[in-house]
Ligand binder design. Structure first.
Ligand SMILES: Cc1cc2nc3c(=O)[nH]c(=O)nc-3n(C[C@H](O)[C@H](O)[C@H](O)COP(=O)(O)O)c2cc1C
Length: 363
């Protein structure tokens, strides 16, 4: 990254114009990681920061939005789970607070998009397939984040280099590229594919303002590009995480032992978020309907938040799961968010200018 990058440099794209941010750089809504500190720092640095709310209770989310507004008067977003039991109440909360962007991990419902848009909130869902991008675009989404298989957390199998141009060709709303980005070359490359910006998870997790415990950040920094694995043993869905002893144990343990552990953790998470057993079953039913999951997958999905919390908040690398993109192997420092964003944008601008010089004009 460019040291002492010029913060005056920027790259103007349909994303910056749509959202009203200075730079086409998004910090994604990572559960247990993207709180008000990280989001406030990203907004102040001129990027779009997104609060992760799937791992927050309703009251915690309300407090996080208030705290983020205290830290910045610039636009920011909130990542919602469209299938959460209280999703509609959370949508109302965003409306009450005039939050600029609603991001969704799974495709939002048509009515949710319409309601948010009626109240002037931009809807930018994350998608992992062309058909999902087409669906949310036809329902009125303002932009999409498309995540390729190298990305951290829940992820698909198609690489960004193949998925991104397919989505750019398929929809006529701004497309933000995610999965595998960490520097200015990546931003320049994404813009060359026709994207309107980049969204980064792992790179923002590894910054000074990220609240992940320092010893856990060090565990990430030690990894090379083969240090992650995609496993469905955490929650039944493909999930890219650091390859740790725990993950290797989960991979080799029987399905029954996994289900028992999942149930125990699910109950713990519900206790933490104050959900009653009836609410839990109702949420499970909604999840099952919304995502076409088996009961086994629903049970395991409820398990994920506890495993991530143990690693990313409590610093228990022995009992916790550490979601991460492959890009972890390309990251070896912990810059401030401002250094990161300024460096990415300045380097992208330099690459774009240098590439323009490659084009030969007839004499
Ligand atoms: C620790 C971690 C937690 C994540 N949690 C969520 C989440 O709660 N909701 C969501 O939509 N995506 C989540 N993701 C995915 C990111 O938002 C983002 O799409 C992904 O990290 C992009 O790939 P990258 O890591 O290569 O930048 C998470 C990713 C990580 C690394």
């Amino acid at each position: 990254m460019t040291a002492g990058a010029d913060p005056a440099v920027t790259v103007d794209t349909p994303l910056t114009r749509l959202v009203g941010v200075r730079h086409p750089v998004v910090q994604t809504g990572m559960g247990w990681v993207a709180g008000s500190r990280l989001v406030g720092a990203t907004a102040q640095a001129g990027g779009l920061g997104i609060l992760a709310s799937a791992t927050m209770t309703f009251d915690e989310l309300a407090a996080a939005i208030t705290e983020t507004k205290r830290r910045t008067d610039r636009p920011f977003g909130v990542n919602l789970r469209a299938d959460a039991e209280d999703a509609d109440r959370r949508v109302d909360l965003l409306i009450d607070h005039g939050v600029r962007v609603a991001s969704f991990a799974l495709a939002p419902r048509r009515e949710q998009i319409a309601k948010l848009k009626d109240h002037g909130i931009l809807v930018i869902p994350s998608v992992g397939a062309v058909r999902h991008a087409e669906k949310v675009a036809s329902w009125g989404a303002d932009a999409v984040v498309v995540q390729g298989g190298e990305g951290g957390g829940h992820t698909g199998s198609v690489a960004t280099t193949v998925l991104l141009p397919s989505v750019v060709d398929a929809v006529d709303i701004p497309v933000v590229a995610a999965g595998g980005f960490f520097d200015g070359r990546g931003l320049a490359a994404a813009l060359s594919y026709g994207a309107a910006g980049i969204a980064m998870g792992t790179r923002f997790l590894l910054t000074a303002e990220s609240t992940v415990p320092e010893e856990v950040k060090r565990r990430y920094l030690e990894r090379d590009v083969s240090g992650t694995v995609v496993t469905d043993r955490v929650d039944g869905m493909p999930h890219r995480v650091l390859r740790t002893e725990l993950v290797e144990r989960l991979e080799s343990s029987g399905r029954f032992a996994g289900a028992v552990r999942a149930l125990r953790n699910a109950v713990r998470f519900r206790a933490l978020t104050g959900l009653s057993p009836i609410a839990m079953v109702r949420e499970g039913l909604a999840m099952k309907r919304g995502n076409d999951l088996t009961w086994g997958q629903v049970l395991m999905a409820a398990n994920t938040p506890m495993l991530l919390r143990s690693g990313l908040v409590d610093g228990r690398t022995d009992t916790g799961v550490l979601a991460s993109g492959q890009v972890v192997g390309a990251v070896d420092d912990l810059p401030t968010v401002a250094e990161l964003v300024d460096g990415v944008v300045a380097d992208a601008a330099a690459v774009l200018r240098a590439n323009a010089d490659l084009v030969l004009r007839p004499a």
